[in-house]
Ligand binder design. Structure first.
Ligand SMILES: Cc1cc2nc3c(=O)[nH]c(=O)nc-3n(C[C@H](O)[C@H](O)[C@H](O)COP(=O)(O)OP(=O)(O)OC[C@H]3O[C@@H](n4cnc5c(N)ncnc54)[C@H](O)[C@@H]3O)c2cc1C
Length: 595
């Protein structure tokens, strides 16, 4: 079984659901007419299917190798594939044209990212982290820093990393100890140890640009004293080529459950030369640009691994012969029927598919708001889109990765023992996807961010405009008989979300543990409501095609999968409301010694 990129679905969402052509007035979108976008996605899909997917298992089996000279060798084939990717220009799809990028919309790059992460998640992290570091320098770097680093990082000739985590400092960045000592020439000496740094050292690029959080000597304690530094592996010469070796070294690699093809490094900074980005003590603000970018990317990973696992499971279910259909043989000539005839196998495949197709629309819709927030000429539209990005980023990250894990687990279940053993890729998908719930802010912390910060930000403006958008859609489509179940389902989910939001405002303020205890259920309720909205939009687009005489089953199938979502997944919304309203009391009641 090999991975097939869902370009057809990407094109449908971009063309029919999100109506990309309506945004042709945005800079970059003028070169992104839908036919060109489809061609780009088809070409990049070939690279993912033919070059990266075959290396996925190689990466898993071989892993990366560290040597005492601090070098790291990536698995066989990774280096050549990376070179091919750079030459084709894929990493630079949405890069700023001022620094050699293609300036295409982020929404197109997101579709590519999904394919990359489905074909080979461990490989995709190398350019993924570089893109995040690029975004941070682009946002907060000086003109000289941008000119020096962005062209090479945009093309992915140079790699990028993010260095937050230290042994005593994970979620709580206030505990950070890495030290920065100012020098007379304006640079800093950076010393300390960072752990679990993805792509911290490897053999595929000529230079690696580490973005490092550190505390300037004498700076305030806690998160207020954190600054951000560029610490390149080789200090660039004035002409932009790599020069002197900097004193930052990979001291070892972690053994881990999955993504073996990605180097997870212990990094040692030994008075390395660092360059401050932005203002002293305000590094977190700029690092958040990278973290938000990376959070969306991790949500994409959850969906992408789910897609690959679903494809493997459906191929297996059509092939594997066991038992007979409850309603009489469907493969009478054979010794048994394919397991796809069994309703319970269908349940797992349909659950997966309904989340994947709705989730893909949600991911691309969110990404389109990223474009609007950056590029719209209309200030009100930019503001609204930026509000949405703040609100939706934790939902994309945590909802899509929680669901991605469930889909990968169901894929293993469909494979039976062949999934738990290593004969099929199901085990690797399940192992690889697991980290996506943990890094870039664990999912519980995303849920807290949603209820604790994002809901209340600017007087609740973002969530209110989300509700208003759904209300407008319901009003506009309420009389459309062909959409009736979708509109009813959406309205009901939105009412529940609004009710839960009110409950949180009243009970979370009175007792913050109520907000914490409700947060994951609230985030999932939010995710389900967003998907109900996406499915209503998908159904509307499919109906339009069918009404125009389109007979391709692709559209009729969308309506079936959408109805399945309404009947069998959206009802979970009610249970989330009941659970979150139970409050914190019982959850917090057992004394610590009882655990
Ligand atoms: C393979 C891999 C790659 C990684 N790559 C990078 C990288 O490139 N750069 C980098 O800087 N880091 C990286 N990390 C680190 C990763 O981001 C952290 O593991 C993550 O942020 C969580 O920190 P922690 O592991 O210390 O968990 P902890 O902070 O110890 O948290 C443990 C658990 O407690 C929960 N928790 C903690 N605080 C709270 C709270 N206030 N409220 C509710 N729940 C809470 C968390 O949700 C989590 O479930 C990587 C980790 C791994 C395993």
């Amino acid at each position: 079984m090999t991975y097939r990129a869902p370009v057809r679905d990407h094109a449908f969402i971009l063309r029919d659901v999100l109506k990309l052509e309506a945004y042709a007035n945005l800079p970059g979108f003028e070169n992104a007419d839908i036919d060109t976008v489809e061609q780009i996605l088809e070409e990049s899909a070939k690279f993912c299917e033919e070059v990266l997917a075959p290396l996925n298992r190689v990466g898993d089996k071989e892993g990366c190798t560290w040597s005492p000279d601090h070098t790291v060798k990536t698995p066989t084939g990774f280096k050549a594939a990376y070179q091919q990717m750079v030459e084709a220009g894929w990493p630079n799809l949405m890069g700023d044209p001022e620094y050699g990028g293609q300036g295409l919309p982020a929404v197109v790059a997101t579709a590519f990212q999904e394919m990359l992460a489905s074909a080979n998640m461990a490989f995709g992290m190398y350019p993924g982290l570089t893109a995040g570091a690029y975004a941070a320098i682009h946002h907060g770097g000086s003109p000289e820093q941008k000119a020096l680093y962005l062209p090479k990082m945009g093309s992915a000739q140079w790699g990028g990393t993010m260095n937050l985590t230290e042994p005593q400092c994970g979620t709580d960045l206030g505990l950070l100890r890495t030290k920065a000592v100012p020098q007379a020439d304006g640079t800093y000496r950076i010393s300390g140890q960072k752990i679990w740094i993805s792509a911290g050292e490897h053999d595929m690029v000529e230079n690696i640009v580490h973005l490092v959080l550190a505390r300037i000597e004498g700076g305030p304690a806690g998160v207020k004293g954190i600054s951000l530094f560029i610490v390149p592996k080789f200090l660039p010469k004035a002409d932009g080529t790599p020069g002197e070796r900097n004193k930052v070294f990979c001291a070892g690699l972690e053994e881990k459950m999955g993504i073996h093809g990605n180097a997870t490094c212990v990094m040692s900074y030994e008075e390395a030369t660092g360059f401050l980005i932005g203002e002293a003590h305000s590094g977190l603000k700029i690092m958040f640009v990278m973290m938000n970018e990376a959070r969306l990317g991790v949500g994409v990973q959850g969906l992408a691994q789910g897609e690959a696992a679903y494809q493997a499971a459906s191929a297996f279910a059509k092939d594997r012969l066991q038992g007979r259909s409850l309603t009489g043989p469907k493969n009478a000539q054979g010794p048994a029927d394919p397991i796809l005839v069994h309703p319970d196998v269908r349940r797992m495949l349909m659950d997966s598919r309904a989340i994947l197709e709705g989730g893909r629309a949600f991911m691309l819709w969110t990404s389109l708001h990223g474009d609007l927030a950056r590029l719209s000429q209309d200030e009100a539209e930019r503001e609204r889109a930026a509000d949405y990005m703040g609100l939706l980023t934790p939902v994309v990250k945590a909802f899509l990765t929680d669901k991605g894990l469930k889909i990968c687990s169901d894929s293993m279940q469909v494979h039976g023992g062949s999934g738990f053993t290593e004969h099929f890729p199901a085990s690797q998908y399940l192992r690889d996807v697991r980290i996506s719930l943990i890094y870039e802010g664990a999912n519980g912390v995303q849920a807290l961010d949603l209820v604790g910060r994002k809901l209340a930000a600017k007087g609740g403006r973002a969530v209110m405009s989300f509700f208003a958008e759904i209300d407008a859609f319901v009003a506009e489509t309420g009389a459309d008989a062909g959409l009736a179940p979708f509109v009813t389902g959406l309205k009901d989910a939105k009412d529940k979300l609004q009710d839960a939001t009110m409950w949180l405002m009243q009970n979370g303020l009175a007792n913050p543990d109520n907000a914490g205890a409700a947060s994951t259920d609230y985030l999932h309720l939010f995710g389900l409501t967003a998907l109900a909205y996406m499915w209503a939009k998908i159904a509307k687009a499919a109906n339009t095609r069918i009404a125009a005489g389109e007979t391709d089953p692709f559209y009729a199938n969308k309506l079936i999968v959408g109805r399945y979502f309404l009947e069998r997944i959206l009802p979970d919304a009610a249970s989330h409301v009941v659970k979150l309203k139970a409050g914190a009391e019982t959850m917090m009641a057992l004394p610590a010694e009882a655990f």
